[in-house]
Design a protein. Structure first.
Length: 229
């Protein structure tokens, strides 16, 4: 329930934003207190790490390899998406390895946001003797939203690139599937990595714009007061 005041806390604050009486409060509340965002980042990072491990540790992750036990579902998936197949590895196709390398960067950004939001950001509850919020906590709250925007934009754009790569080669990696297999085992499992990060990126971009707008208004008010004074 609203508390009658605009909530100026952003994505990186340590607690959820309550409903407010202004557009600032509405923007913050739309982020659901960053709990769902953080849950998505944890889930995404774990699954992406599993996927990246399969790609970067080939051929040990293939059937018969000493690490195959951990990636057994990929024996089926490699028949659906030929990017993951042994033939693609033997032909030294570089796109999949390059994308998996970028997955590492993406995961680092995810983890950095989680640290800023849940570890460094928690310092906002600590006050110094003068009752002022710790500078470290303020810095974490300021840096967390841009990091999240970069991470989610990277996730969405990287997955879109993956779709486009297959499209522009004439569906050379997935076109051999029937429609049921294509939709259930390729399209639906991959689509969330476009939809969810895109939604988060839009919400975070709005939050950053709101913050910058507030700074502009404050600076304008200060200049007017200084001029009138």
């Amino acid at each position: 329930p609203g508390n009658g005041k605009a909530d100026t806390r952003g994505v990186g604050s340590s607690s959820s934003g309550g409903g407010g009486g202004s557009s600032a409060g509405t923007s913050s509340a739309s982020l659901t207190g960053h709990a769902l965002i953080s849950a998505w980042l944890v889930l995404s990072t774990l699954l992406v790490a599993w996927d990246t491990g399969y790609m970067l540790l080939r051929p040990r992750t293939f059937p018969g390899g000493d690490l195959f036990f951990f990636w057994q579902p990929y024996a089926l998936y490699a028949t659906v998406d030929l990017v993951y197949s042994e033939d693609a590895y033997r032909e030294r196709e570089g796109f999949s390895t390059a994308q998996s390398t970028m997955n590492v960067v993406e995961s680092v950004l995810n983890l950095l946001y989680l640290y800023l939001a849940h570890v460094a950001g928690s310092l906002s509850r600590l006050r110094d003797r003068d009752g002022r919020t710790s500078r470290a906590a303020a810095a974490a709250r300021a840096v967390a939203p841009p990091v999240l925007l970069a991470a989610t934009a990277m996730t969405a754009s990287k997955t879109i690139l993956y779709f486009l790569n297959d499209h522009f080669c004439g569906w050379c990696k997935t076109g051999h599937n029937d429609w049921r297999t294509f939709v259930l085992l390729w399209f639906l499992p991959n689509s969330p990595w476009i939809i969810v990060p895109s939604i988060i990126a839009v919400l975070v971009a709005r939050d950053i714009a709101r913050r910058l707008y507030g700074v502009e208004l404050r600076d304008l008010s200060a200049s007017v007061i200084k001029k009138d004074g």
